[in-house]
Design a protein around this ligand. Structure first.
Ligand SMILES: [Zn+2]
Length: 208
């Protein structure tokens, strides 16, 4: 079952998106973070990083498909270890997590159809379960979008860096050329100066 919450007085959100919505209604700047209890809380700390353990990430990525789907299902019930919940949200896992959640959603919806006309409490339980899976799928969608934004930003920053480095290299090369051929450079510079149009007559002089 889910671990004990170290901050039970903090308000809990089921998804990062919900936590962001909560933060937006607050007067101060708050950042969502995934707690070990499996819920999202808000903090004023600005250094909130998504903590996932690379060993755990590799472990869940190496699971057989059925076990991974089972894991995704258990996570919707907060029935996995906090480090496993965090690992599902790692950039290298979110696509597989989304696929597994779709399988879970299909099976829950199948059970819902099968339970039609059956006991109300059973159907209510399945409907709640469906809602939890949908909440997770929305979170996956947000994480994918976030990841694409980060990629776009990084590739733009990379392009800028390359351009700057190339510009610096070109300038250095030109300066070295000039140094190597200083006399030629000065002669060419004189020639080019002569080609410039003569400056307009001083207007004050012209007025006299
Ligand atoms: Zn908590």
């Amino acid at each position: 079952m889910s671990a004990v919450c170290p901050t039970p007085k903090k308000r809990s959100y089921l998804s990062k998106k919900a936590a962001f919505a909560g933060a937006a209604t607050s007067g101060v700047a708050l950042n969502p973070y995934l707690c070990q209890c499996g819920n999202w809380h808000l903090t004023m700390r600005t250094t909130v990083t998504e903590q996932y353990d690379e060993v755990e990430v590799q472990r869940i990525l190496s699971l057989p498909v059925d076990d991974f789907v089972r894991l995704a299902f258990d996570e919707t019930r907060h029935a996995v270890a906090p480090e496993t919940a965090a690992a599902l949200r790692a950039p290298s896992v979110i696509y597989r997590w989304g696929d597994a959640l779709k399988v879970v959603l299909n099976s829950v919806q199948e059970s819902l159809r099968a339970a039609r006309g059956g006991p109300t409490d059973k159907r209510g339980q399945l409907a709640r379960r469906e809602q939890l899976v949908r909440t997770r799928l929305m979170e996956v969608k947000d994480l994918k979008r976030e990841q694409n934004d980060v990629r776009l930003f990084e590739s733009k920053a990379n392009q800028e860096r390359t351009k700057r480095r190339q510009g610096t290299a070109a300038t250095a090369a030109i300066n070295r050329l000039i140094e190597l051929h200083l006399d030629e450079y000065r002669a060419l510079l004189d020639e080019e100066r002569q080609k410039l149009p003569s400056p307009p007559a001083d207007s004050a002089e012209w007025m006299e």
